[in-house]
Ligand binder design. Sequence first.
Ligand code: GTP
Ligand code: MG
Length: 194
Amino acid sequence: MNFNQAEFLTSYGLSSQLPKSDELEFAFAGRSNVGKSSLINKLFNRKALAKVSAVPGKTATINFYRVENVHFVDLPGYGYAKVAKSEKERWAALIEKYFGDDRNLGLVFQLVDMRHPPTKLDIDMTNYLIECELPFAVVLTKADKLNKTQTKERLAAIRKELPYGEQLTILPCSSQTGAGIEEMRELIEEIVSQ
Ligand code: GTP
Ligand code: MG
C-alpha cells in the first residue's frame, strides 16, 4: 500500500448522511485535541490532508480519506467541555451510527494522550469498543513530550488504567518525530493483506 497516495474523500456532519460501509476501514477515535488529525497527516506524509488545530473541537465531522480502496476515517473528538449540549448529542449520534452500522472495520485506533492517565471518557470508549467486539489498538500520542523514564512509567501504568489493559495492543507514537508511525503502517498492511 502506498501511504503517499492518500486523498480526501468526503465529510459527514449528520448521522443520516453516513454511507454504508463498502470498503475496508480504519478509524481514528479519541478525545478532542489528542492528535487524531496530526497522526493521519503523518501516516500519509502530508502537511494538511486533515485539518489540525491547537483549539480542541476542530474536527466536528466524520472525514473519510482513502488510499487505493482502503478507507481511513477521522472521527470527531469527544470530551471537549466547552461545546454545547446539542453538539455533544450530535457527536454521540454520529459515533453511534458509525460504529453501529456493521462497518467493514479493519481496526479502530483509539488515541490516548501519552502524558496523562486516560480520562473517564477514554475508558468509556475502550469499554464501548470491547462491548461492540470491534478490533482496536491503542495509540499513545505525543510520545515526544516524555523523556525515557516517563515513557517507561506511562507504558506500564496505562496497562493498569485501561480495561483489559494487559491484553491490548498499545503503540506509543509521535506525529512530531514520526516515532511509532512505521509500526502503525505495518499493522495496517498486515490487516489489509489478510
Ligand atoms: P480534534 O479535531 O479537535 O478532535 O483534535 P485532533 O485529535 O484531531 O488533534 P490535532 O491533530 O488537531 O492536534 C491537536 C494539537 O496537538 C495540535 O496543536 C497539534 O500540533 C498537537 N499534536 C498532535 N500530535 C502531536 C504529537 O505527536 N506531538 C506533539 N508535541 N504535539 C502534537
Ligand atoms: Mg481533528
